[in-house]
Design a protein around this ligand. Structure first.
Ligand SMILES: [Zn+2]
Length: 170
């Protein structure tokens, strides 16, 4: 796989990595929810109805996903309390990214269906991509994170402190 194919907006979904290939017939998001290896899986926070994780193949540094525990690809199937928590985690994540990474702005949203670019279209997930002034030039550098997992863990260790502090408050 070429490392030069770095970024196409909204194509950078969570892609199955090699050690997950054996799980390809299962849902990766359900699998990660069931596992307890949160740092390894880049899971930053577990709420009651949803969790927050970093995208392993980020569009930008600090690219997060909010994932309901419920396995569905239908927004209408999410009960109101789940949807409320997803939105709450959405704004908390943005606040944490502002503090931890001094992001200047954000893109956020959802890809519904393969045609819209969803890498895992069976299980809803909401994206948050932090943006910085001049990050257009930053993109090729960020692309290197695809081959530098330690960079992801550095960001993880920074971000997780903000989510952990919140957990104690709530
Ligand atoms: Zn699932």
């Amino acid at each position: 796989m070429s490392q030069k194919v770095i970024w196409a907006p909204w194509r950078m979904e969570y892609i199955l990595d090699d050690n997950k290939q054996s799980l390809k017939n299962q849902c990766l998001f359900c699998q990660i929810a069931a596992e307890s290896a949160d740092r390894q899986n880049l899971v930053l926070y577990r709420g009651k109805h949803a969790y927050v994780m970093m995208n392993r193949y980020p569009y930008n540094n600090g690219h997060l996903m909010i994932i309901p525990f419920q396995h569905t690809n239908d927004l209408a199937q999410l009960p109101a309390p789940v949807f409320v928590e997803v939105m709450e985690l959405f704004r908390r994540s943005i606040a944490n990214l502002q503090q931890a990474l001094q992001a200047d702005g954000f893109n956020g949203g959802i890809n519904l269906g393969k045609i819209a670019g969803a890498g895992i279209d069976a299980h809803l997930h909401f994206h948050i991509v932090p943006r910085w002034q001049g990050d257009y030039n930053f993109m090729p550098v960020i692309g290197e994170t695809k081959v530098m997992p330690q960079h992801l863990l550095e960001t993880y260790d920074n971000l997780v402190q903000y989510f952990t502090a919140e957990r104690m408050e709530s």
